[in-house]
Design a protein around this ligand. Structure first.
Ligand SMILES: [Zn+2]
Length: 309
């Protein structure tokens, strides 16, 4: 009997000793491909990460699929953009996923915005007349590479807490990402430097972090208010303002109708540039660094063509 217990104990000890070597990859779900890319940067082969929304979709309006519920059910970590970006589609999916670990406020629910620099946090009372305004500030914050760094760090820290044995692995991958990002930032800053202060228009308020970071000045939006489709009176006002301020570039996210931007361009002589705000928004944009490679290149070549400078 004693021998049996000893054997059983030895067997258990062997199992526990072997466990870390065979530890399965952590199942991570990110709501967007931007967050998926940042998670992959720091998580490497210690995680299995998948995004729900595709980068070419409007992240405010993602069609929920039954497969999302299954993915959320199995998730060991959920990373969200937050600031109510996903409010129209994610809460119902989380409810149906029956996974207490990833409920908002739970330990495995990571709100990436909590580590980011957030712009446009409204002051005073919010009314319906303001449109689909985000009460917690602008949720398109990943479009500043510096915020990508903060998010990657937050994910590395979370993964390190979940798998302490791999903490050094996650932190060294973060350090490597940080270094590559810093090198890329120098390149993007140099490309954008000639256009400091240049005035542009964008369709939706997707770009304040991008334009702040790279020194462009957004003087107006094709949408009269966030989430509200273009109206004739607003379009006429915008055309007048663009003519007064000599604005030659209109940025449009891939999921908006080009009819109004094109008619504004005809009236003002401006160029319409369809610019992807997310990883996966174009076939070249396969990761977070390539998002800025792609977008900075497109903006610079459009500005050169319009004679911006
Ligand atoms: Zn928005």
């Amino acid at each position: 009997m004693t021998r049996l217990i000893t054997l059983a104990a030895a067997f258990c000890a062997a199992l526990f000793a072997a466990a870390p070597a065979h530890a399965a990859a952590i199942k991570v779900i990110a709501t967007t491909q931007d967050l998926e890319s940042l998670a992959r940067e720091v998580g490497g082969d210690k995680i299995e990460v998948e995004a729900l929304a595709r980068g070419y979709q409007d992240p405010h309006h993602v069609e929920p699929k039954p497969s999302f519920i299954l993915k959320l059910n199995k998730a060991e970590l959920l990373i969200v953009v937050g600031r109510e970006l996903e409010i129209g589609w994610l809460p119902a999916l989380i409810n149906q996923a029956r996974n207490p670990r990833i409920q908002p406020g739970a330990d495995r629910y990571l709100d990436a915005s909590l580590s980011a620099h957030i712009l446009e946090i409204p002051t005073g009372q919010i009314t319906r007349a303001m449109g689909d305004v985000h009460p917690q500030g602008n949720p398109h914050y990943w479009l500043d590479p510096g915020n990508g760094r903060h998010i990657a760090k937050a994910i590395a820290d979370k993964l390190a807490k979940m798998a302490p044995a791999d903490a050094a692995y996650f932190q060294s991958r973060y350090a490597d990402f940080d270094k590559r990002l810093a090198e890329a930032e120098k390149r993007w800053d140099a490309q954008m430097a000639p256009y400091k202060g240049l005035k542009i228009v964008t369709y939706h308020r997707s770009w304040p972090n991008f334009t702040d970071r790279f020194g462009l000045d957004v003087i107006g939006y094709v949408e009269p208010r966030p989430g509200i489709p273009p109206s004739p009176s607003h379009t006429i006002d915008l055309i007048g303002e663009m003519k007064r301020q000599n604005v030659k570039l209109i940025l449009v996210e891939p999921y908006f109708d080009l009819k109004t931007p094109n008619s504004i361009a005809r009236e003002t002589g401006a160029t319409v540039l369809v610019l992807a705000p997310s990883v996966g928004g174009d076939k070249d944009i396969t990761d977070f660094l390539k998002l800025f490679d792609h977008d900075v290149d497109l903006v610079v070549s459009a500005l050169k063509q319009t004679g911006g400078k």
